[in-house]
Design a protein around this ligand. Structure first.
Ligand code: FES
Length: 94
């Protein structure tokens, strides 16, 4: 399960039950976060460029944060989205 970080040009293999944020740390892809991956700060939002179907369904807390912050349909919280297959993500600050 490969997670690609575009346009950084880095990628990492995600292990079972790992999130996009877990893979990002392994790939040295900096993703903002300030709540310890609890899912409340919203700083770890990423845009999914490919493989959205390979991420776990949004958690209740992710749905709440997404609604409060007006996330686009392709935005996910990296700390909540569990990788289940190949995926490609980006942020506005890379
Ligand atoms: S790290 Fe806070 S919502 Fe993901």
């Amino acid at each position: 399960m490969r997670v690609t970080f575009t346009p950084l040009g880095t990628a990492a293999e995600a292990n079972s039950n790992e999130t996009v944020l877990d893979a990002a740390r392994r790939a040295d892809a900096p993703i903002g976060n300030s709540c310890g991956s609890v899912g409340v700060c919203g700083r770890c939002a990423v845009r999914v460029l490919a493989g959205a179907e390979n991420l776990s369904a949004p958690t209740t807390i992710e749905l709440r944060v997404s609604a409060q912050r007006g996330f686009a349909a392709d935005e996910r919280l990296a700390c909540q989205a569990v990788v289940m297959g190949d995926v490609e993500v980006t942020t506005g600050y890379w």
